[in-house]
Write a protein that binds this ligand. Sequence first.
Ligand SMILES: CC(C)(COP(=O)(O)OP(=O)(O)OC[C@H]1O[C@@H](n2cnc3c(N)ncnc32)[C@H](O)[C@@H]1OP(=O)(O)O)[C@@H](O)C(=O)NCCC(=O)NCCS
Length: 178
Amino acid sequence: MISRGPLLKVRRAEIDDAAAIAKVHVATWRSTYGGMLPDDFLASLAEAGYEERWQRVLADESSRVYVAADGREVVGFASGGRERAGEDGYGGELYAIYVLQDAQGRGHGRSLVQAVTAGLRELDLSDMIVWVLRDNTGARNFYERLGGVYVRAQPITIGSALLEEVSYGWRSLDDVVY
Ligand SMILES: CC(C)(COP(=O)(O)OP(=O)(O)OC[C@H]1O[C@@H](n2cnc3c(N)ncnc32)[C@H](O)[C@@H]1OP(=O)(O)O)[C@@H](O)C(=O)NCCC(=O)NCCS
């Protein structure tokens, strides 16, 4: 467990966290991707569907999920595991990282990445790649701040939107700059 004061902590997520994670998931997609993804797509996101999805993910030991908690409230989450698409040179992947808008800029993101890299090491993975929408400059700045090196761009379809995503990589987990 990584602790920054008595109330803020990052811990491994449990099945019972699925509802709280789904809540953060939907809220942060709406606050982050307004203007990037179609309004009707963002409006259609349903917490119940994501809760089931996160329950399945949390039951599967092949990936790692962590939550950032402020007291009893889950304010962020991150997940990672084996790289999913066969990207050359990368075995580990940061699948997702989301912190509620009001809780951003207080170190939760950095602590969550630290937890995910520890989880990747447990899975015998030694590097990490992450994909991010090209226009998501906030997250891109965050990855660059953590020492991520631009890898490449590719198209991605989300809902009805044809977009571009870019990747950042750390050839070694030791290269992550905290
Ligand atoms: C990206 C995100 C996870 C970062 O988490 P966070 O808790 O806000 O970031 P932290 O407070 O841990 O910041 C860590 C460092 O990154 C920098 N950073 C974070 N967000 C930044 C931004 N938008 N622009 C520039 N720098 C940023 C911080 O300044 C800090 O560096 P410093 O200590 O030198 O000042 C969070 O802002 C978020 O959830 N954003 C919306 C969702 C999203 O885009 N997720 C990624 C999808 S691929």
